[in-house]
Design a protein around this ligand. Structure first.
Ligand SMILES: Cc1cc2nc3c(=O)[nH]c(=O)nc-3n(C[C@H](O)[C@H](O)[C@H](O)COP(=O)(O)OP(=O)(O)OC[C@H]3O[C@@H](n4cnc5c(N)ncnc54)[C@H](O)[C@@H]3O)c2cc1C
Length: 262
């Protein structure tokens, strides 16, 4: 069985810096980590490998050369192989173009049974890439997976909803996007760290995966970023006091009138 896990290197910060000219994220000089949901996606693939050691787990990312470090960590956790899609031609890709590149990378890897992704990246935050990959590969998808079971080629999952969950069944191959409730990601092992450091990571260019400027990069990206900014913190709130509901309502009314809101 072959499982591909899409993993993204993200800045380890809530204070995302934005290039004011292009409206894209500035990643240089910011500490980077494996996206949280992707660690859950990798863990679920590794649990399948624990049960069946013949399972092959391949991690795939699109990113700058520094993403290699994250891939080494994935191998240290237990992944067998890693592929890095890295090329200037891929820079500036929005989610549509990113999923074109990742789907092309997945097609080149070939013969996959399962594709795991995180639900959402903590930087881009769109939760679009997993579903777009499934659409482009023409295979089923289930998002927000919080519990996973597999019997032969049949899969049963719990898909999280705001107020409960759905039980959904599908068959392989399919794309599943994972959330943190699914599992607890394992730590890297010492042996794994040595394996990761020595691993030969495949680096594929846009040409290697057969995509061009009509499919990837800034020009191919239909999303235009008009303005990106960190919202200013809101001012201190006002707490209205009162011993009874009637008194509270009266004091609130007085406060609103004083400020000429009503
Ligand atoms: C006009 C425009 C230009 C942009 N230019 C750049 C740029 O130059 N460089 C840049 O890094 N970003 C750029 N971005 C941001 C980029 O589009 C998103 O980071 C990327 O498409 C993923 O979207 P997301 O972060 O919302 O991922 P989500 O959809 O929230 O991610 C869901 C899951 O998909 C998988 N996934 C997402 N991205 C990747 C990836 N790269 N590799 C492997 N798996 C992945 C992961 O499993 C992840 O958990 C640009 C965005 C726009 C709109």
């Amino acid at each position: 069985m072959k499982i591909i896990v899409c993993v993204k290197q993200v800045p380890n910060t809530n204070e995302i810096k934005i290039n004011p000219e292009t409206g894209t994220l500035i990643r240089d000089g910011v500490e980077s980590i494996l996206n949280h949901d992707d660690a859950n996606a990798l863990e679920e693939a590794l649990k399948i490998k624990d049960r069946d050691p013949k399972t092959e787990v391949i991690v795939l990312t699109m990113g700058p050369p520094q993403a290699r470090e994250m891939l080494e960590e994935c191998i240290a956790m237990g992944a067998d192989e890693a592929v890095l899609l890295s090329d200037r031609a891929l820079g500036g890709s929005d989610t549509w173009a990113t999923s074109n590149a990742l789907a092309a990378g997945i097609r080149k890897i070939g013969n996959y049974d399962l594709i795991f992704a995180g639900r959402q990246a903590i930087d881009g935050d769109t939760a679009q890439v997993g579903p777009q990959i499934a659409e482009k590969l023409g295979i089923p998808q289930i998002t927000y997976v919080r519990e996973f079971q597999m019997e032969g080629k049949r899969i049963t999952v719990q898909r999280a909803l705001e107020d409960g969950y759905q039980v959904l069944k599908t068959t392989m191959p399919c794309v599943l996007t994972c959330i943190k409730e699914l599992n607890t990601p394992r730590y890297m092992s010492i042996r794994g760290i040595l394996k990761g450091a020595a691993a030969e990571i495949k680096v594929w260019s846009a040409e290697d995966i057969g995509v061009n400027e009509e499919l990837v990069g800034l020009k191919a990206s239909p999303t235009n970023v008009y303005r990106s900014f960190t919202p200013k913190p809101k001012g201190k709130g006002v707490s209205v006091k009162g011993d009874t509901a009637k008194e509270l309502a009266g004091n609130l009314l007085a406060e609103l009138k004083e400020k000429h809101i009503i």
